[in-house]
Write a protein that binds this ligand. Structure first.
Ligand SMILES: C[S@@+](CC[C@H](N)C(=O)[O-])C[C@H]1O[C@@H](n2cnc3c(N)ncnc32)[C@H](O)[C@@H]1O
Length: 209
């Protein structure tokens, strides 16, 4: 049942929510900065692929543990200018199938909200980043306003069920700094035209501390 639920309900729903105009604008703030050997963590349906600056990306490792999502991503990549430089990995971020110190840029968009073991995943991403390598992130998470955060906590159990394990109450900056990253840039806002419980977003870049 969960396979059918994921395939016909969760995956199309998540893909649709992830391509709304305000969310696309959030992606555009970070993805074009990726350069060198790039690891995209939880690439989902490949929504970021068109946003890479191809002149800067040498190799793209697209990591995604959900078979249905990676199939969608492969379709998006078919015939794309980056196709020859892209390798897909059917894997979770808790065990990245790449060498230590091999990645220049890790791209993490709307995925830290979902990864079950985010501590292990962020440690793994740090392992594969080269010294001086950068993480680019664009996420949503816990709102700073107590009233909004209260509703986020209340709604989260149902939300997780409907949205493929997505949490509303994770704090992106806390997750990164407690996992050994130093924030280089970090901006936040409520997304216009989006309910506040799902619309508090954070974006920026981080390096291993
Ligand atoms: C909301 S979607 C976002 C997908 C994509 N990053 C984007 O920006 O459109 C969350 C993604 O995280 C993936 N995911 C779940 N657990 C994961 C894990 N352990 N490691 C990496 N990705 C994971 C899901 O399969 C899903 O594709």
């Amino acid at each position: 049942m969960s396979g059918l639920w994921d395939r016909f309900v969760v995956e199309p729903l998540v893909s649709c929510a992830c391509t709304s105009k305000p969310i696309m604008q959030q992606r555009e703030k970070v993805v074009p900065q990726a350069e060198g050997v790039v690891l995209e963590v939880g690439c989902g349906a490949g929504t970021n692929f068109d946003l890479y600056d191809q002149s800067k990306v040498k190799q793209l490792h697209a990591l995604e543990p959900a078979l249905g999502m990676i199939k969608r991503a492969r379709k998006v990549m078919a015939g794309h200018d980056l196709e020859a430089h892209t390798q897909f990995h059917l894997a979770g971020a808790e065990a990245v199938p790449l060498e230590d110190n091999s990645v220049d840029t890790a791209v993490v968009t709307f995925v830290l909200c979902t990864i079950p073991d985010w501590q292990a995943s962020l440690t793994e991403v740090r392992r594969v980043l080269k010294p001086g390598g950068r993480m680019l992130f664009s996420e949503h998470g816990r709102a700073p306003d107590a009233g909004v955060a209260k509703w986020q906590r209340r709604i989260e159990p149902m939300w997780k069920f409907m949205a493929g394990g997505c949490h509303l109450t994770r704090d992106t900056a806390d997750m990164l700094t407690s996992s050994g990253y130093e924030l280089e840039t970090h901006e936040t806002m409520y997304l216009p035209g989006t309910p506040k419980i799902a619309g508090f977003v954070a974006w920026g870049s981080a390096r291993a501390a």
